[in-house]
Design a protein around this ligand. Structure first.
Ligand code: NAG
Ligand code: NAG
Ligand code: NAG
Ligand code: NAG
Ligand code: NAG
Length: 366
């Protein structure tokens, strides 16, 4: 009994360790066009800088401190600007109020009185998630669209989709019955801006009234220079500015090795097989595994039948979890190791350690 309590306390202590940086930024103080800067970063680092959140942005500001110039980051306008459901459902039905949508880009949808309007994704709204067991769930906390999406994905399935008139009525009835007033986020968004490394980060830090697409060719993003805020502006891509590259701490190795071979490879050439101990690292893993040539990709996740537990080979406790199937009970066959699916929901699965898969190493701190 005391031992169990001790174990639980130990878990709590281990699980509250703060996470380490997964991406390193480098300021290159040479003036290049956006495309030249992109090439330089891809040759020397991972890519032009991707920014996931305000912490990342502060890092970028620190490394590029005191430039008298705009500074390129990896965000570029594309020709794709269609409405999409967060869940990946096809958009077959739309129910805009009169005059909507009226935004240009970086827009997300809210529902009010059964009809939809587009607003800036950085607004704070309450929202509705979909849950497999309980159906619709109202979350009475205000968050921007991206954070609402993360919350739903972590705690339920995703932000709610509305695929036909029937579902729209069900949702409106739910809103009525739950006495929800005001606008709520639904899972609909559109965004023509894409990160150079294909990351799906929806973090944006635009200067007010930007991006304005002035002249029709402002298709690249730079950090502004003339005040402390250093927020973003859209500018023509052929302008020459210094820039910020990033290097991912995660590297996908596209060789088919058993789990033990993969572990040895990472420890010899980099640091270790990756530990996915937070949602943020899971998101980065999801970006990296898109390029994999096998259906699943090894993680540094190992099962011990003796204690009936999964653990990270880096020594961390498994706190954050993202299992598709956790077959901890399966102790009859080969030793099990953990992998992440490279497609679909990109959840974790358990595999015999003798399977041959691609894998992800964590890279050296410089
Ligand atoms: C900028 O993007 C817009 C919309 O995708 C496109 O029509 C235009 O040709 C692009 N301009 C340049 C200079 O690439
Ligand atoms: C909710 O999620 C389930 C499981 O993924 C799905 O079958 C259902 O269609 C979803 N419903 C809505 C309204 O998004
Ligand atoms: C929701 O409430 C509004 C206003 O009270 C009403 O007009 C509407 O018919 C209700 N919708 C549903 C689906 O219950
Ligand atoms: C949401 O929270 C606010 C303030 O805490 C409360 O006034 C409101 O009734 C809540 N709404 C619902 C639908 O529970
Ligand atoms: C690894 O396996 C996949 C799927 O079986 C295959 O397509 C790929 O070519 C293999 N890669 C190597 C380097 O052998």
């Amino acid at each position: 009994m005391e031992q169990t309590l001790y174990f639980i306390l130990l878990l709590i202590a281990l699980c509250s360790v703060s996470e380490c940086v997964q991406r390193q930024y480098y300021f290159i103080n040479v003036q290049k066009s956006w495309t030249e800067a992109q090439r330089y970063c891809r040759e020397n680092y991972t890519d032009l800088a991707t920014v996931d959140n305000m912490n990342d942005m502060n890092e970028v500001k620190n490394v590029s401190a005191n430039p008298n110039n705009y500074v390129w980051i990896g965000l570029q306008r594309t020709s794709v600007n269609e409405w999409q459901w967060s869940s990946g459902d096809h958009v077959l039905y739309l129910n805009w109020s009169t005059g909507q949508p009226d935004g240009r880009d970086d827009e997300c949808a809210v529902m009010k009185n059964g009809q939809w309007s587009d607003v800036s994704c950085s607004n704070s709204q309450t929202f509705i998630c979909n849950n497999t067991n309980t159906g619709l769930v109202f979350v009475n906390q205000t968050k921007n669209w991206r954070d609402a999406q993360s919350y739903c994905r972590q705690n339920h399935i995703d932000l709610v989709s509305v695929r036909n008139q029937n579902e729209n009525q069900q949702l409106q009835k739910f809103i009525n019955d739950s006495h929800i007033s005001g606008d709520v986020w639904i899972g609909l968004f559109r965004d023509s801006w894409q990160w150079s490394d294909q990351s799906d980060s929806l973090f944006r830090y635009w200067r007010s009234n930007e991006p304005n697409g002035a002249g029709g060719n402002e298709n690249c993003t730079a950090i502004t220079s003339n005040d402390a805020l250093r927020d973003w502006n859209d500018v023509p891509c052929n302008t020459k500015f210094p820039f910020v590259c990033h290097e991912d701490k995660l590297i996908l190795i596209k060789e088919n090795l058993t789990w033990s071979e993969a572990l040895r490879y990472c420890r010899q050439n980099h640091v270790d097989l990756v530990s996915v101990h937070s949602e943020e690292i899971q998101r980065r893993v999801m970006n990296v595994v898109k390029q994999a040539s096998t259906g699943a990709v090894w993680l540094g996740l190992r099962h011990s039948c003796t204690v009936g537990l999964w653990f990270w080979v880096s020594g961390q406790t498994v706190c954050y979890q993202n299992w598709e199937i956790d077959d901890s009970e399966n102790c009859d066959s080969a030793v099990r190791s953990g992998a992440v699916q490279s497609g679909g929901d990109q959840r974790w699965i358990s595999r015999p350690e003798t399977d041959r898969l691609n894998f992800i190493c964590s890279r050296n701190e410089e």
